[in-house]
Design a protein. Structure first.
Length: 77
């Protein structure tokens, strides 16, 4: 697969099913998968974070900062 080529649905499914891409069974870690938020192991429960993607860590930090800022301004009294 080329660097800029989008993986097929079959490839994404194989990555998702591969137990080597799930650390401790719950943390998704796949350097080949460029998605930040792939589906969870049980797809009905939403998305998880691809911890191999450096942008995912930034996205999680941004979400935490926004939640903390909202908490600070809304519950300041």
């Amino acid at each position: 697969m080329e660097q800029n080529e989008k993986p097929s649905e079959e490839t994404l499914e194989n990555w998702h099913k591969d137990p080597n891409n799930w650390k401790l069974g719950i943390f998704y870690y796949n350097k080949l998968d460029k998605r930040i938020f792939p589906p969870k192991k049980l797809r009905a429960f939403g998305w998880t974070v691809n911890f191999a993607n450096p942008f995912s860590i930034l996205a999680i930090l941004a979400i935490i900062i926004v939640v903390l800022l909202i908490q600070l301004f809304v519950f300041k009294h």
